[in-house]
Design a protein around this ligand. Structure first.
Ligand code: ARG
Length: 588
């Protein structure tokens, strides 16, 4: 469906033209004075300069040129030349009526769907997921869902950190603790065990222990580097261990992501890119791009217009080892070969911005991506504690994601139990659903690039700009709809009539903006715009609800129309939270 703002603008354009002014001045925006009007056009002020006339004269002439408009019920000129607009309630009701019949609730699918790979999550194998990975998962998932809703083909890739010293460290530590395992014997030719010789909890203890030990003991670190080298050069036993590490880790990661309602299409990682490195490096050398600098192989990527220094992109270390950059470049080679995407979007901590500037420039210079493939970086800020420093446990350690979720669920559970007489089991299940909304909305309602403070009390509150408030609103609507149905009525086939009062019209105006908000949020990769929209929408609904006795209304037709408006409001809210990556319970 056409966006309501477009329909309005079209009419404004005609009026400007009819009055003899350029259509470029006919720009309409949402009103910033909702007490006076719903939409406004400030074009007369801009046109005044061009036509050397008083803006009020231009505005008056434009307004006179409107005749028989079906869209507006009120058009006012206000000094010095604002055109204030109110929508005709009949037109608005008809728009919503069409919207409720539309399977995508008025949102149009992209005319030219794109193939987009989103690189998000980025967990490191054998290390527990911590809150640092939370933002990538939450933001990336919501962008993926937005893109799909708008008709794009979106592929989510978790891009595991599964290459490097951490594997060698685990191997030497295992060797120390369990020397009897068959894995370490290079001459061994038999079968390797089917079941991993460690659990995820052991693995999560082994890695930090080994990592700490290696910092104090150079010979231990040397052994880990050697093990890493052997692993990467075909040591059968080590590769068998790697397989087990991967299995155990990935199973655990999948479970964790499932708790967050996050899922990936691809479970590829840094190790998958390794086979592409030698060919890529060779080509960069042939192209004359890669050159040796103090033993290392580098590519210059600075540009004349740079305002800050962009160091050369290092491709190989002096010992020939590859780096994070090399892996990311080779991953692009692989993605181009396998998918030929229109865009690759990275949702990664903004502190890695320079890394991606280097990688993107190098990929372009080396022709790894062609002109038509866009490389984008969405850098997110840090999740801080109330002290303004990166979020930690009460003891000051790194907060594991699982524990954070557990704390939130616990808090939600108590709130729910305090509020109602409810079966504890149901309260637990509801707490999980509401808890997820608290975490995700708390995160997504901030502009991604900004740091934010994780505030458990605020995020879990049923009031204010929070996930639980949005869910509470949805549940309230569901309960009214249920009561209506229980009285023997159907929700189908009801049309929406023009608003009976101001708060109803305000609600209808919010609902009608859905398609434009959704498109705009995706265009700007800005899930926070969906959050602020549903907050406004929920507020508009609650105002209407408090002013209107819906179920006791005696005029059945009026009641039915309100019910249809409620159903549409619920559908829009539920679609939005689905795109944000959470859902609403039936009751709470
Ligand atoms: N594993 C990395 C980390 O924990 C994030 C990976 C992001 N993606 C990428 N293609 N570099 O910092």
């Amino acid at each position: 469906m056409q966006k309501i703002l477009n329909l309005i603008t079209e009419e404004m354009i005609q009026a400007f033209q009819k009055a003899g002014y350029d259509e470029k001045f006919a720009k309409v925006t949402l009103s910033n004075r909702p007490d006076l009007c719903e939409y406004q056009c400030n074009g007369a002020m801009a046109a005044a300069k061009t036509y050397k006339k008083a803006p009020i004269m231009i505005a008056n002439a434009v307004v006179e040129a409107f005749s028989g408009s079906e869209i507006f019920s009120d058009i006012q000129v206000v000094n010095p030349g604002f055109i204030n607009l109110k929508l005709n309630p009949e037109f608005l009701a008809a728009y919503l009526d069409k919207m409720q019949a539309d399977e995508n609730l008025s949102v149009e699918k992209a005319k030219e769907p794109k193939k987009i790979i989103i690189d998000y999550g980025g967990p490191n194998v054998a290390k527990p997921l911590h809150v640092g990975h939370l933002r990538s998962a939450i933001i990336g998932e919501s962008i993926k869902r937005m893109g799909r809703f708008l008709g794009h083909e979106v592929i989510g890739d978790v891009h595991l950190g599964d290459w490097g010293l951490q594997m060698g460290l685990i191997i030497v530590e295992l060797k120390k603790r369990k020397p009897e395992l068959v894995y370490f014997d290079e001459s061994y030719t038999g079968e390797y065990p089917k079941v991993a010789p460690f659990t995820i909890s052991e693995l999560e203890e082994i890695y930090p222990a080994a990592s700490a030990y290696s910092k104090e003991h150079p010979e231990y670190k040397e052994a880990a580097m050697q093990a890493t080298y052997l692993l990467q050069h075909g040591h059968r036993g080590y590769q068998a261990i790697l397989k087990h590490i991967m299995e155990v880790s990935v199973t655990d990661l999948k479970r964790n992501y499932a708790n967050l309602n996050v899922s990936f299409d691809l479970w590829k990682g840094e190790s998958d890119a390794q086979p592409y490195i030698p060919g890529m490096v060779e080509k960069m050398k042939e192209q004359g791009l890669a050159y040796e600098d103090q033993g290392a192989l580098v590519v210059d990527v600075k540009e004349e217009t740079d305002t800050k220094e962009v160091p050369p992109c290092m491709i190989l270390k002096s010992d020939g080892a590859s780096l994070y950059t090399t892996t990311d470049l080779a991953t692009i080679v692989q993605r181009m070969e396998d998918y030929h995407p229109d865009e690759i979007l990275y949702v990664v901590d903004k502190r890695q911005e320079m890394h991606f500037i280097q990688v993107f420039r190098c990929a372009r210079k080396a022709g790894i991506v062609d002109e038509n493939t866009k490389l984008s970086f969405l850098g997110f800020g840090t999740m801080n504690g109330k002290d303004g420093k990166p979020f930690k446990t009460r003891e000051g350690g790194v907060m594991r994601l699982e524990n954070l979720i557990r704390d939130i669920d616990e808090e939600m559970y108590h709130k729910i139990m305090d509020n109602h007489e409810i079966d504890p089991e149901e309260a637990r299940a509801t707490a999980k659903i509401v808890g997820l909304s608290a975490i995700k909305y708390g995160d997504l309602s901030n502009q991604a690039s900004k740091d934010y403070v994780f505030d458990l009390d605020r995020f879990t509150s049923f009031e204010g700009n929070t996930g639980p408030y949005i869910l509470y609103t949805i549940v309230r609507i569901k309960s009214i709809l249920n009561k209506y149905q229980q009285a023997g009525n159907s929700l189908e086939g009801i049309s929406i009539h023009k608003a009976a009062n101001d708060s109803e019209k305000a609600l209808m105006l919010e609902v009608s903006r859905f398609n434009s908000v959704m498109e705009n949020a995706f265009e700007e990769i800005a899930p926070h715009k969906i959050c602020s929209y549903i907050y406004d929408l929920a507020n508009a609904f609650n105002r209407f609800y408090h002013e209107t006795k819906i179920l006791s209304e005696e005029n059945e037709e009026q009641k039915a129309s309100w019910i249809a408006l409620l159903r549409l409001t619920r559908d829009v809210l539920e679609k939005c939270i689905d795109v944000l990556g959470f859902s609403a319970p039936e009751r709470m």
